[in-house]
Ligand binder design. Sequence first.
Ligand SMILES: *Cc1c(COP(=O)(O)O)cnc(C)c1O
Length: 409
Amino acid sequence: MTALIPGEIAPPARLLMGPGPISAYPSVLRAMGAPLVGQYDPFMTATMAETQELYRQVWSTANEATLLVDGTSRAGIEAAMVSLIRPGERVLVPVFGRFGHLLAEVAERAMAEVHTIETAWGQVFAPSVIEEAIRRVKPAMLAIVQGDTSTTMNQPLAELGEICAKHGVLFYTDATASLGGNPFEADAWGLDAATAGLQKCLGGPSGSSPITLSERAVEVITSRKRIEAGIRDEDDPDAADFVRSNYFDLGMILDYWGPRRLNHHTEATSMLYAARECARLILAEGREAVIARHQLAGRAMLAGVVAMGLEVFGDVAHKMSNVVAVEIPEGVPGDAARAAMLTDYGIEIGTSFGPLHGRVWRIGTMGYNARRDAVLTTLAALESTLGRFGFAVAPGAGVAAASEILGQA
Ligand SMILES: *Cc1c(COP(=O)(O)O)cnc(C)c1O
């Protein structure tokens, strides 16, 4: 028997227009092919420091503790939760979609006493509703998603920081889906912790999680008891306090990224290069300009699907700029139509989860793909695919409506 040796990896050409992951910027992929250096090479430590400075600008913060957690977005979520929450502390999670449930689950695993409030999918919370819950629950932390891709909603955060500060609550948000394509102001909004991932508006592959921590958050983290050697005795009063993870212990990760450079993990060099390039691209184009580009592409996609006679799910006034949820028309088989988009046009659009499964498709315009040709090509392909499955669309209606918003090329 001879083993079958496959050829070099050769992925098909795809235009990723779902809710993430998206097609990465070409220069991000090039950055990932750059040569490796050693962990303490001066180039490596300088690149880590440079990347921290770039992400301070992306997050709009002066937080010294701005760094990357190695792993996908949930690595950042998990690091924030296990490092900031002491077992038994109360955490309030307002849930408006799938990722709210994820925050609640991760907090539960961090041994928090988790309290949730829920709103209907397709809606966001009024600040007064969150404040009322804070008064009732008296949590140590408010954990809330900014943009929940499962519903496309963008929860306003600007007023929550003041509420949290007034009640002595740590304010954490998961901005994975929204950062880069929607306004975000870590300092002005009073955030203590925020985490993200690269595979949405930042325009990279998944696998690195930018995180920023306020001084107050760093104080909480550094006040946790450390395990110096081995596991502590169950009867030890300090046993309840130490962070129940080595990999996600932000105290140790901060010591690695900080001036002490204490060895923890081996920083994922190629992902560091990717994360650096994602941030560099945003700042080179201009943070506001990138947000405006996402808003324009998102408005064009929205106008296009509406002009095709499709209905949009949720409170559109609170939609993220970078993704739209479209009701699958009566009689059109949602999964078969998505498969046809992929095989006939090489375009991926998203399915959905939970209560929306089989009911809506999610179409994203993020990062590199928040672009005129990507929007128009997707609308043209969708029109033809809908026609094939028996949903007649006025020829060219979607592309015409989107073109009107996008203006002259
Ligand atoms: C997409 C998304 C994630 C993804 O997490 P991964 O671990 O990178 O898969 C997390 N949170 C939100 C709000 C998202 O939209």
